[in-house]
Design a binder for this molecule. Structure first.
Ligand code: LLP
Length: 385
């Protein structure tokens, strides 16, 4: 596998750590932005997927803006040099302080998720003598057929404004002097594998557009959010997401008005496959009818398996054994959920072996925490090793 050429470099390092293959990131960004150019679309990287400055710097250089979900993300994007005009800000619970940060920074657009939020943004903008550009994040009631923890576009989910509220919303916007409605925003879920879901979303957007036009409102911007899936099962064979099919699906189903701009907020699909969590085997422990490979990485370093039951491909990158064995690959944290894979087939594994957990560039390092007072994992990068 591609990682073997880095193994000698890894051996010198203290584990666990995140390793980013910046060549893969570069290739992913080139591929993704090729389609943006082809269709004249714009994109804002969902910083929640990875806020590592070195990664953000590359993404910024590739011409993408930033999609933020907190005041601190907005501030980080500004500090990293993202043009305020490329920063969008979503979230169901924006605090007054966060809204002020974004207004002060002069960001491109607030993606508003409720009526009370629109009112508060208007009040704060008025106090600061500013006008806030807003898009309405609509909840189109579409099931993204993905993990229940990361589906966001059904009417029972907390996200977005429901259709039946739109008349009231328009009334409020008309009466708000410090708000300018510039578009619609959607994000129906993450790790969406079924392209029909995006097709459905486009059709919904088309009908919303007609509704707004009937109300004499012309929308300059349509933002379709993120959600493109990555291949967690075969990350080495499939490092790139199906961007071509995705953009073709959007292009052939979305009715774009003259002069209208279409935006996206990719997170996972840009960075997941560039990242690996590298750890050492501390012990191999015999259990009842099974063997545990106990790693020095835990759920505090990578919480996706514990939180969502997510599966990541796992490789032993140092064992030379031809013999295959089956292991439950677990961490050291005092929780039964602290496991990365059950019944994983690996070459015979022993203390000191290096284990790579793949596709961890997105929602990996950024979700790390210090539970059990464990250290945060460091990051290393491919051209440096
Ligand atoms: N835009 C909005 C408004 C979002 O809420 C999200 C992700 C994205 C864009 C980016 O979606 P992506 O392209 O990455 O699918 N921690 C979870 C994922 C949470 C996603 C939350 N929203 C995980 O590890 O799977």
């Amino acid at each position: 596998m591609q990682l073997t050429r880095f193994v000698n470099g890894f051996k010198r390092l203290e584990t666990p750590f995140y390793f980013y293959d910046l060549d893969i990131l570069d290739q992913t960004l080139r591929l993704y932005t090729k389609f943006l150019r082809k269709y004249g679309y714009q994109a804002h990287f969902a910083m929640k997927a990875n806020a590592n400055p070195r990664i953000l710097e590359m993404i910024h250089r590739s011409g993408l803006g930033a999609d933020c979900v907190s005041g601190n993300e907005v501030q980080l994007a500004l500090d990293m040099g993202f043009d305020p005009d490329t920063i969008v800000y979503a979230g169901v619970g924006k605090s007054d302080r966060e809204i002020r940060t974004a207004l002060q920074g002069g960001i491109f657009c607030f993606n508003c998720e409720s009526i009370p939020e629109i009112r508060i943004i208007n009040d704060l903008a008025s106090q600061m003598g500013k006008t806030a550009r807003i898009s309405l994040r609509l909840n189109p009631n579409i099931d993204a057929h993905t993990n229940k923890h990361i589906t966001t576009g059904r009417s029972r989910d907390k996200f977005g404004i429901s259709e039946w509220m739109l008349d009231e919303v328009l009334g409020i916007i008309a009466a708000s002097r410090n708000i300018k409605l510039i578009g619609l925003h959607f994000h129906i879920g993450s790790q969406v594998e079924d392209m029909q879901v995006f097709e459905k979303l486009c059709k919904k957007v088309n009908s919303y557009q007609k509704w707004f036009e009937q109300h004499d409102i012309h929308l300059e911007h349509i933002n379709l959010g993120g959600g493109i899936a990555v291949d967690y099962e075969n990350p080495i064979e499939n490092p790139f997401s199906p961007f071509e099919t995705y953009f073709e699906t959007i292009n052939s189903n979305l009715e774009v008005r003259k002069g209208q701009k279409v935006h996206f907020e990719p997170g996972r699909a840009l960075i997941a496959q560039s990242g690996y969590l590298i750890s050492r085997v501390l012990y191999v422990k015999i259990g009842r009818g099974k063997k545990f490979a106990i790693l020095d990485a835990g759920m505090n370093d990578l919480i996706r398996p514990a939180l969502y039951g997510a599966n990541h491909a796992i490789f032993n990158i140092t064992s030379a054994s031809q013999k295959k064995e089956v292991y439950d690959v677990v961490g050291p944290v005092c929780e039964s959920a602290d496991r990365f894979g059950l019944a994983v087939k690996l070459p015979e594994t022993g203390r000191g072996d290096l284990i790579a957990i793949c596709s961890t560039g997105a929602y990996g390092q950024v979700m790390g925490m210090r539970y059990n007072q464990r250290e945060l994992a460091q990051a290393y990068y491919s051209p440096d090793l």
